[in-house]
Structure formats: structure tokens, C-alpha cells
Ligand binder design. Structure first.
Ligand SMILES: Nc1nc2c(ncn2[C@@H]2O[C@H](COP(=O)(O)OP(=O)(O)OP(=O)(O)O)[C@@H](O)[C@H]2O)c(=O)[nH]1
Length: 406
């Protein structure tokens, strides 16, 4: 599109220049004619006029000469003036000069009043013709100059028109560039700087520039690739941090999260408790009802943990049928109450197999106060509690105190 506009602009510019050149050529021709023809011709008219005036004066001298020598001298000059090429070339001056010369040669000295009367008439004809020649030259010069200035005025109007046309076209060109090139590029920059794989697919209004459309299409494809990559990243992250069966965090990720919670609690001197829960006689479920039933029980218990614990609590599948959790802002006594609530809920909503059978499942729980202690050490004490709970008959909670008695 820009190419088409540039071509149109170039074509208009060339037409304008040619149009202007025609007038400038005409002005040049007129100036040449003025210089080569009109000015010399006008000068010639002026000179002829002066010669006629000179002829009149010499004629006057012939008639008023006081001596024959003076008269002969004046007559000679009259002859020279009449025979001059310029005078002889123009039929009007040639015939008047010849008439004057003939008259002066015929007149006897001294001139009679009748002769002087004829001479007065010839003298005024000479004056009039000299004036006519001078006016003729001026008129022709004026005509030529008028024609030339008309052509120059026309050329300057055309120049102004061309300039206005170019300015208009440039303005239109800039508007087109702004609308179809600069604005889309600004939009692309905005979209790129805010491109979010989770955000909506970038949408661009249709435009006529194929190059811009290609960039916009590339951005849409780029967004789709980003989204795909982001989904792969999330999938990998999920795989790396969660347990495939229960959907809970895996042990590795839990340890990192729990360490953060422990550090936060230690920094603010807040209570925090860790626990390990283990399903009782789980092997029997597998052995009597099958592995799938065992999996179902694990998932049901994981869901129960997720529903019962707080949003800020962290829980994971610690291994096999063991689950570990860290409970910020919670003392072991409060955690014990939570354990009882879990127990009640498991009793009220036991795992139900696909064939409708309700399973009676219990768990043992070991708890330890983790405030001011290391994570590994706290978990080891919770594990000790769990062991105690199992040893004491299962389906119960045991809190292991710290060696300092807390
Ligand atoms: N279905 C299923 N079973 C699992 C999974 N992970 C571990 N188990 C089983 O869990 C059982 C654990 O058995 P034990 O360690 O003897 O413990 P228990 O039978 O629960 O006995 P106590 O813990 O002493 O009450 C084993 O049979 C494992 O095969 C799992 O992902 N799915």
C-alpha cells in the first residue's frame, strides 16, 4: 500500500513538474524573443526617429543657410541621412525622406514664403513620423513584456497550485502512514509489552498492510506457543511437586514449604505444630479388598485432610499410607483437637467402594510442638508419637513432648 501511495505521489510530482516546465519554457522563449528581436527592433525605431529629427534640422539648415557652401553642406547631410540603410529599408521613411530631399534640392535660395509653407508641412510630417516610430517601438516592447509577464504569472500560479497539491498529498500520506503503520505498530508494542500466556488471545483489527498483518499473525501464534509452554511448565511443576495418586504435595515439596513455615513462625515467635498420620492396618485393605480399594481409601483420606485442614496448613503424602502436615499458629493441644475432628469425620464419612461397601478406616497420629525447633527434629518426634500411638492400640493421637518438657 505504501508502495502504491509513493508511486501515485511520484506520478503527481512528475506531472506537476512537466506542467510547470511547459510554462517556464514559454517564458524562456518570450525572453529570448524580447532580447533577440524586440529590443533591437525598438532601438532601431528610436534611431530612425532620431535620424528623421536630424533630417528635419538639416532641412531647416538648407533653407536658412547664409552661404552656398553652408547650403551645399546641409544638402549633403540631407542626402546621407536619406540614404541610410534604416531609412531606406522602411517604405514610409524612405518615401518621406526622398520627398524631403527632392523638395530641398528644388528650392532656390533664398526660400519664398510659399516654399517655407511647404517646408512647414514636411517638417511636421517628419516630426510626426519620428514620434510614430518611437511610439511603435514602445508599444511592441510593452506588448512583449505584457505577454511575458502573463506567462510568468501563469507559471507562478501553477507553481503555487503544485505546491498546494504536494502539501495536501503529503498531509494525506502522513495520515495514511499514521493510521495504517504507526498506530498498528504502537498497538503491537502495547500488546507485546503486556503479552500474558494466561491472558486473552491478542486481537487486532483488520488492516490493509500485509506486513503488519504478518507481524500480528506471528504474535497470535507466539501467544499460542507461550500458552502451550506455560501449560507444559505447570504440568511439569505439578508432577514435580505433587503426589500423582492423592493430588497432595509430595514429600520433597512439602519439606521446602514446611521449612518456610517453620522459619516464619520462629521469626515472629508464633506457635507451630507438625504431625504424621498413618492409616491403621492398611495392608489388610490391600490384601483383602485389592490394591484399587487401597488407592481409593488413600484418596478419600487425602480429600478429608484437604477439607478439614486450614488453607494455611501444609499437608503431604509422606510415603505409602503416611501423611505429614505442618500447622502454623497451632499448639499441639489445638492440633490434638483437630486430630479428633478428623477422626470423627472419617467415622461419619468412611470411604465407599464403587460396589457401595462402606469401609471402616482409622488412623494413628503423632504430633510434636515445632516452635523453636528444626523441621527434621520435629518430624522425628512426631514419628515417635505415631509409633507410640500404634503401640498403644492405634486409632489415637500421641503428642511427643520436647526433651525440655514443653
Ligand atoms: N493401595 C496402595 N497401597 C499402598 C500404597 N503405598 C503403600 N501401600 C501399602 O500400604 C501397606 C502398608 O502396610 P504396613 O506398613 O504393614 O502398615 P499397616 O498395614 O497399615 O499396619 P500399621 O501401620 O501397623 O497399622 C503396604 O501393604 C503397602 O503395599 C499405595 O500407593 N496404594
Amino acid at each position: 500500500m505504501l508502495l502504491a501511495l509513493t508511486s501515485v505521489f511520484a506520478a503527481i510530482a512528475v506531472c506537476g513538474v512537466v506542467w510547470l516546465a511547459v510554462d517556464l519554457y514559454a517564458v524562456g522563449v518570450a525572453a529570448g524573443r524580447l532580447q533577440g528581436e524586440t529590443v533591437p527592433w525598438t532601438i532601431e525605431r528610436q534611431r530612425l526617429g532620431r535620424n528623421l529629427e536630424q533630417l528635419r534640422l538639416e532641412g531647416q539648415r538648407v533653407l536658412t543657410a547664409s552661404s552656398p557652401a553652408g547650403r551645399q553642406d546641409a544638402l549633403f547631410l540631407v542626402h546621407v541621412l536619406s540614404a541610410q540603410p534604416g531609412m531606406a529599408d522602411d517604405p514610409r521613411t524612405a518615401s518621406l525622406a526622398a520627398e524631403v530631399e527632392r523638395f530641398l534640392q528644388q528650392v532656390e535660395a533664398p526660400a519664398t514664403p510659399a516654399d517655407m509653407q511647404v517646408w512647414e508641412a514636411l517638417s511636421s510630417r517628419l516630426r510626426l513620423m519620428a514620434d510614430d516610430l518611437s511610439v511603435e517601438g514602445g508599444k511592441r516592447m510593452g506588448r512583449e513584456l505584457g505577454r511575458m509577464s502573463g506567462e510568468m504569472a501563469q507559471a507562478s500560479y501553477k507553481l503555487l497550485f503544485n505546491l498546494a497539491l504536494m502539501a495536501g498529498f503529503m498531509a494525506a500520506f502522513l495520515l495514511v502512514v499514521r493510521r495504517y503503520l504507526i498506530r498498528p505498530l504502537q498497538r503491537i508494542r502495547r500488546v507485546l509489552s503486556a503479552l500474558d500466556p494466561r491472558g486473552p488471545v491478542p486481537a487486532f483489527p483488520p488492516g490493509p498492510m500485509a506486513e503488519i498483518r504478518a507481524v500480528e499473525d506471528a504474535i497470535v501464534r507466539f501467544h499460542a506457543t507461550l500458552l502451550e509452554n506455560d501449560e507444559v511448565r505447570l504440568r511439569l511443576e505439578r508432577l514435580a511437586t505433587t503426589d500423582g495418586l492423592t493430588g497432595l504435595f509430595n514429600r520433597h515439596h512439602f519439606m521446602a514449604l514446611a521449612a518456610d513455615e517453620m522459619a516464619r513462625a520462629a521469626r515472629y515467635g508464633r506457635p507451630i505444630t507438625v504431625g504424621i498420620a498413618d492409616l491403621d492396618h492398611f495392608k489388610q485393605v490391600n490384601d483383602t479388598l485389592g490394591h484399587a480399594a487401597g488407592d481409593h481409601v488413600l484418596k478419600t483420606f487425602a480429600m478429608l485432610l484437604g477439607d478439614t485442614l486450614r488453607q494455611t496448613d501444609r499437608v503431604c503424602r509422606y510415603g505409602g499410607e503416611e501423611f505429614a502436615f505442618v500447622l502454623p499458629e497451632t499448639t499441639p493441644e489445638e492440633a490434638q483437637l483437630l486430630g479428633e475432628r478428623l477422626r470423627t469425620r472419617l467415622l461419619e464419612s468412611p470411604p465407599v467402594l464403587p460396589d457401595g461397601r462402606h469401609l471402616s478406616v482409622t488412623f494413628s497420629l503423632g504430633l510434636a510442638d515445632a516452635s523453636g525447633c528444626g523441621l527434621e527434629e520435629s518430624l522425628a518426634r512426631a514419628d515417635l508419637g505415631l509409633y507410640e500411638a500404634k503401640r498403644a492400640g492405634r486409632n489415637r493421637t500421641v503428642v511427643t513432648r520436647r526433651p525440655d518438657g514443653l
